[in-house]
Design a protein around this ligand. Structure first.
Ligand code: TRP
Ligand code: SF4
Length: 332
């Protein structure tokens, strides 16, 4: 079985965009690979070092959300990044193999720095050493577990390329030691926001969270962007420019054809159309929310899953470290 490694930052609850963009893909891979799923708390701290409480709380919240979506802990090894010190150790060794200019040229880092500048202004102090270096730490995440395949979205590809370069450099200097990983590109395209934005995101305020209440979901969907040219209930409209229709499609509404035709013919009011979507969304979220409630009532089960997974991951990372130390002639 090939080894898969992926990670996710514990900075908030999962939303519908995460489900259709990433989690669904992970579900289709589980059972076919040796699958490591990292709860990347150290990486979350590169951005949120001032808010440790938030990160800690979300390690558990995120694990509960992933379990509730159907990620199966008997097929997927959940582990907490900070509990594997070998990752930090590898990060230090890899730091010598990457130049500062290469890090600044990394497109993911470049985009994230310009986003930070947009928030904090031009002040250089908002960009820390840890932040610019997180691709190095992510290369350590992957290689510590000899990850061969990394399922990621397109925005993460430059990080994987950086990892490959580090592996090649390491192997050329110290001898063949590390496995060069390949990406497994997520097939689902990015999920759009309720406001029509290209991406559903927590900070964008356009997301439906998996743990939103019925009331909140209703309000959010009622506020979704529809065809702006439709004023009256029986005006014909174009479903292709309407976010409500987009979500009917995403939720695989079995009456999609009818929704589309009725909308085009002016036989469907937006309020009724939104109500129908609310019903579908609630039905989709119900089993997930029941599991979330179950795990909140049984925190010991969540802790056990994290502990057992972390123990298993730790053995694998220790094994890698023995080989790395030997190659680097620091196996005292
Ligand atoms: N950077 C990834 C994100 O923000 C999370 C992550 C951490 C990751 N470690 C990883 C992804 C290793 C793939 C492999 O979504
Ligand atoms: Fe969108 Fe439905 Fe209104 Fe058509 S009827 S514009 S699909 S909400």
């Amino acid at each position: 079985m090939k080894t898969i490694l992926t990670g996710i930052r514990p900075t908030g609850n999962l939303h519908v965009g995460h489900f259709f963009g990433a989690v669904q893909n992970w579900k289709s891979l589980q059972g076919q690979y040796e699958f490591y799923l990292e709860i990347a708390d150290v990486q979350a701290l590169t951005d949120h070092f001032h808010d440790p409480e938030m990160v800690r709380k979300n390690v558990y919240e995120l694990t509960i959300d992933l379990l509730s979506c159907g990620i199966n802990p008997s097929q997927v090894t959940f582990f907490i990044q900070s509990k594997i010190p070998e990752i930090a150790e590898l990060t230090v060794f890899y730091s010598n193999l990457v130049t500062m200019s290469r890090l600044y040229r990394n497109p993911t880092i470049k985009t994230e720095i310009s986003q930070k500048k947009a928030i904090f202004g031009e002040k250089g102090e908002s960009v820390t050493y840890g932040f610019v270096g997180y691709p190095v730490s992510q290369a350590a995440d992957i290689t510590a577990f000899s990850g061969e395949l990394v399922p990621v979205g397109e925005d993460q590809l430059p990080l994987l390329e950086q990892c490959r370069e580090i592996v090649r450099k390491f192997n050329s200097i110290y001898g063949d030691t590390l496995i060069e990983p390949s990406h497994l590109l997520t097939t689902t395209p990015r999920v759009k926001g309720l406001d029509g934005a290209e991406k559903m995101g927590k900070s964008l305020g356009n997301a439906i969270f998996l743990n939103d209440s019925e009331d909140v979901i209703s309000k959010k969907i009622m506020g979704a962007v529809t065809d702006t040219k439709k004023i009256k209930k029986d005006d014909p409209a174009d479903p292709e420019v309407c976010m409500v229709y987009y979500y009917h499609k995403l939720m695989k509404n079995e009456n999609l054809e009818t929704v589309c035709q009725e909308c085009r013919q002016g036989k469907r009011g937006c309020v009724a159309c939104k109500r129908e979507l609310i019903e579908k969304m609630l039905a989709f979220l119900k089993p997930i929310q029941e599991k979330q409630a179950y795990f909140h009532e049984h925190p010991e089960e969540v802790e056990k899953i994290l502990e057992e997974g972390t123990n298993k991951a730790s053995l694998k990372a220790k094994d890698t470290m023995i080989r790395v130390r030997k190659s680097m002639k620091i196996d005292y």
